[in-house]
Design a protein around this ligand. Sequence first.
Ligand code: ARG
Length: 456
Amino acid sequence: MAVWSKRFSKELDDIAREYNSSIKVDHLMYREDITGSIAHTEMLGEKNIISEDDAEKIVNGLRSILSDIESGELEIDMNAEDIHFFVEKELTKRIGDAGKRMHTARSRNDQVVTDLRLYIRNKLDELLEDIRALSKSLIALSKENLDSIMPGYTHLQAAQPVTFAHHLMAYVQMLIRDKGRLEDARKRLNECPLGSCALATTVYDIDRFMTAKKLGFDRPTRNSMDAVSDRDFVLEVEFAISMTMIHLSRLSEEMIIWSSQEFGFIELDDSFTTGSSIMPQKKNPDMAELTRGKTGTVIGILSGMLVTMKGLPLAYNKDMQEDKKGIFECIDILSKSLKVMKGMIDTLSVKKETMLHKANHGYLVATDLADYLAERGIPFRDAYNIIGAIIKEASEKKSDLTDLPMDFYKKYSDKFDEDLYQYIKLENSLNRRKVYGGPAPETVLKQIEDTEKALE
Ligand code: ARG
């Protein structure tokens, strides 16, 4: 029988009951629901809105429900409407009339949003730890590859020499910003809606500051109508998660390319790849592909929820019950993706020789050659044009720049000299790029030091 059965003359239709029920999703918040109810009840007792005796009974009852759910002794009833009704009903079953006093000065509208904020807050702390762990793995791999020269690309065309360390560290910078976005979202969502009740607070002399403090919130929300109808904290976290997933997806795409036969820059470990049912030679980067694919799922959830919210008048509308499924899935996907990515990074092997070989054969030092002439007095644009012509002839000859004799160069400019062969060596090209943020090994080391500080 529904809580409101006295007001209604009919029971809810079966299909409507199923449609309306959210317990299959919101049962995940049982801990937060019970924690929130304990804080609310303690406050009701301390403010003498209910007797100390009833408050104690309720709190003990809630604690026993929590431990019975955790031990598996109490199974959450999937036919209940939602986790809030389930807990209240179970409480009343256990302690009788006192249980019916728990919902004084509260509504499911402020309750559900309090639960959700608590749930997301806990999960954010875990996600932030996972981001830190992955960043540390990327930094460790970077430290091993400060001198691993590889081609840097623009338009996926070989551009200039960089190192594997510099390339990986780019992702650490992205992850640090992602971490900042999640931390920001955590700060903003850490306000307590309890006491807003349905939309217009209550006539009881409750202390919202007390409940907020008990639950570790920074303060109570400032407007009761906003508190029960705001879901921007959900959207903000979904965006921050989508952004992080996009970064993981781009890194995944690189790993897919790097591990292809055509590139052969890395080999993914057997423990993070799969074989084919028909082609014995295959070693597929499924984990990276799934990360790329799940990014689509997460972005879809964000878009869906943006659309769900855009036309809702104040205050609570049942549409908002749809918020939980998506945010829970986003959190789950990011949590697993970060761990899978860390696993791939920790176990992959780097094919330094192949990277170096590719870097040596793509005219990656063409810009250096132009700089060489510019340093010797030729205006950069003229130097650029001279090198353009040199590259054209060299590629027709299928010759690398290091293999062409001095008289070839002299045809183009008398500024060329024997020292040019040293100048265009890849390691010299890299070592000259000492500008802060650049790929020279000693500069990347500085980047790593600064990044490690930023991660703390
Ligand atoms: N299960 C509901 C939700 O997730 C709880 C709030 C219900 N409030 C209401 N006025 N029906 O949104």
